[in-house]
Design a protein around this ligand. Structure first.
Ligand code: THU
Length: 139
């Protein structure tokens, strides 16, 4: 599905939360303000914004910011059933590879992920976005 209005109301609400979170971004170095909102299986919505640092590599993306907030607030058993991402720059912003790997431990494979793409708003299940997560299974 493409476009904000064609989304189910639940996902439209999540997207609005992501946009609102982006207003809180700390992005003085890139100027790229991102917000992410997670819908948890316990019914809660948790959002986060990117927080940059002058030592650039210490920057935290909006998606991980929301996730660590969710775990901190509700504990390690949280599960994400939907994720929305927004930015204030009218640019494409699918979740970066590092965020996908981190999300993989907490998000349901079928969870819809909404993000701004070059073609407009895109939605796809997390498993399509990140099919081969690293797992540690020792023999
Ligand atoms: N950023 C995110 O918040 N999420 C992503 O998935 C990709 C990038 C942030 C990090 C940095 O503050 C800015 O966008 C530019 O890379």
């Amino acid at each position: 599905m493409n476009g904000h209005d064609s989304q189910p109301p639940e996902l439209q609400k999540l997207l609005a939360c992501a946009r609102e979170a982006a207003l809180h971004a700390y992005a003085p170095y890139s100027g790229f303000r991102v917000g992410a909102a997670l819908k948890l299986t316990n019914g809660e919505i948790v959002s986060g914004a990117n927080v940059e640092n002058v030592s650039y590599g210490l920057t935290i993306c909006a998606e991980r910011s929301a996730l660590v907030r969710g775990v901190s607030q509700f504990g390690p058993d949280i599960r994400v059933e939907a994720l929305a991402i927004a930015n204030l720059n009218e640019a494409a912003s699918p979740p970066c590879g590092a965020c996908r790997q981190v999300l993989a431990e907490f998000i349901l494979p079928q969870a819809p992920v909404l993000f701004p793409a070059a073609s407009g708003l895109r939605t796809m299940p997390f498993s399509a976005l990140f099919p081969l997560a690293f797992e540690m299974k020792l023999k």
